[in-house]
Each structure stands twice: as C-alpha cells, then as structure tokens.
Design a protein around this ligand. Structure first.
Ligand code: ZN
Length: 294
C-alpha cells in the first residue's frame, strides 16, 4: 500500500519577505490565498492533510515575535523592518491567528510546524534554529497539543540537532533531484525540479522504498496541470513507497485553482476508496525526547 501525505505550507508572506515587500502581484496573491483558505479546507473534506504553519502567523506584532524568539528574530529583523517600512498593511501578510486556529479545528487536519519565522539554515547557528523550532512548537501546541511534525522552510535540509529535543519527531524529507539539492537556487536546479514535478519524481535515497516529494504545479497552464494530474493518478496506483504532495495557499489564490485542487482531492479520494493508499505522517523520523527547550 502506498503511504500518502498531502501537505500545505501555510506561511502568508513569511516564505519570501523581500518579495512580498517589493512585488505587488505576489503581495496580492498572498492576501487572496489567505482569503481562499476556507475553500481549500472545504475542498479537502475527508482527505487528511498536514498543514505546516509558520507559527509567527499566530502573533500580533513584531514586538511579540521578538519577545518569543529573540535570536531567531534577529536573523530576519532587516527584512521585517523593510517590509514594515514599505507596506503600511504589512500585518496582513504576517499575522492571522484566527485563521490558524480555524485550520487547527478543521476535521482531518494535522497541524505541523513550518518554523517560527521561516528561517533558512545556511549560516544560522544550530542553537538559533533550535530556538526557532522550539518557539514554534510552544506556540502551535496551544492550538494542537499533539503537534510533532516539521516542514523545513523551502525544503532545506535541517540538521537533526536543530530538531531533537524540540518535540518534533516527523520531518518532511528533502530529496536530491537529478544531482541537485532540492533547495538549490541555481537555474539548472530549477529545471531539474520542474522535470521532477511534471515528468518523473525522484525517489529519496535514504529510504528503503521509493519516497517521492512533488510540488503541485496547480497555478501554471491548464495543460501542465492536466499532465501533472495524470502523473499523480499513475503514482497513486503504485503499490509501495510513499508519495508526498505539497502546495501553498498563494498557489491556490483564484476560484479556478481551487477547482483544480478539488479535482486533485477527488482523485486522491478515489484511490483511498479503492484501498490503494494509506494516509501517513512524514517518513523521516527523529528519536523520541519528551522535553521542549525554550
Ligand atoms: Zn515555506
């Protein structure tokens, strides 16, 4: 039976602070994606999903973020200052505690951490990364007491030392695509990922069975989407391994995109009804440690 997970990286503008400060189109996509969140939850209906939330979204001010995770805040402070200076309504793309609580209450949703401030690990001391994850767990466990999964921002490979002892046990993996790290910013790596997402997803080298991570290309042209949906149908008929799909609300920021997402959920529902898949947590697991450091 195929192990399956559908995850949503819920992050408002946290994923690209500089872009959301300067790119008006992207700013509007983030706002519209937030507005579509109830429809995305409705489309999922009885399909279990994991929502990796940037826990900073649960705060109400920059001062609160700084108080909760001072060292992590220091890493993104210049970007936040630039955003606040350029966008008077910057809070609209940083904070939405009510929506996070609604996500946490939704049936069949597992809440996960997508970090407290969506830090990228390069150049950041492990102790700071760990404080960011620990702050996110403390914040999100106020909504979902059983939270124990982590989605690394931009799918970077995080050191285990940044996660062990924070309460996190299940991590979304970061496969290597055609020889490139999943998060490699170079152009060639982007083409490799496109190949991965539309033609032939690679397997994760560290697991016994094929473990595939696929970014949903929902907001591209209709033909590309149909092609990816055919690929997903084929993968859902696999008998072993795992298939993990993911997207963001800002990739689902229009009615026709939510319709495509609904179409995907129907395909997943058919495979589940036929007994071809089992809904699973992320396969990468960390050792059990009970305490949460803060
Ligand atoms: Zn992200």
């Amino acid at each position: 039976m195929l192990a399956f997970n559908l995850s949503i990286d819920f992050e408002l503008g946290w994923g690209e602070l500089t872009r959301v400060a300067h790119d008006d189109r992207f700013y509007r996509r983030v706002v519209r994606g937030l507005e579509r969140t109830p429809q995305i939850l409705a489309a999922l209906r009885s399909i279990p999903s994991t929502w990796g939330v940037v826990a900073g979204c649960c705060a109400a001010s920059l001062e609160e973020l700084q108080a909760r995770a001072p060292d992590a805040f220091h890493v993104v402070e210049p970007q936040l200052a630039a955003l606040a200076q350029r966008r008077r309504a910057y809070r609209d793309v940083l904070f939405c505690a009510d929506v996070v609580r609604a996500i946490g209450r939704a049936a069949d949703v597992e809440l996960a951490s997508h970090g407290f401030l969506h830090l990228l690990p390069a150049g950041v001391p492990t102790v700071v990364l760990r404080s960011d994850v620990a702050a996110s767990v403390v914040s999100l466990r106020g909504i979902a007491s059983n939270l124990d999964s982590f989605i690394p921002p931009q799918n970077y490979d995080w050191p285990d030392e940044a996660l062990i002892g924070t309460g996190i046990r299940y991590v979304r993996h970061t496969p290597v695509v055609c020889g490139y790290a999943y998060s490699d910013p170079r152009r060639a790596a982007k083409f490799a990922r496109l190949w991965n997402d539309l033609v032939s997803p690679v397997s994760h080298g560290g697991s016994e069975h094929p473990a595939r991570l696929l970014f949903l290309r929902i907001d591209r042209g209709a033909r590309l989407w149909e092609r990816q949906l055919r690929l997903i149908r084929r993968l859902l008929s696999s008998e072993v391994g795992s298939l993990y799909l993911f997207s963001h609300p800002h990739n689902l920021d229009a009615a026709h995109l939510v319709r495509r997402f609904t179409q995907l959920c129907e395909v997943i529902g058919e495979a589940a009804a036929a007994g071809r898949l089992t809904f699973s947590k992320f396969f990468r697991q960390l050792p059990v440690r009970q305490e949460v450091r803060s």
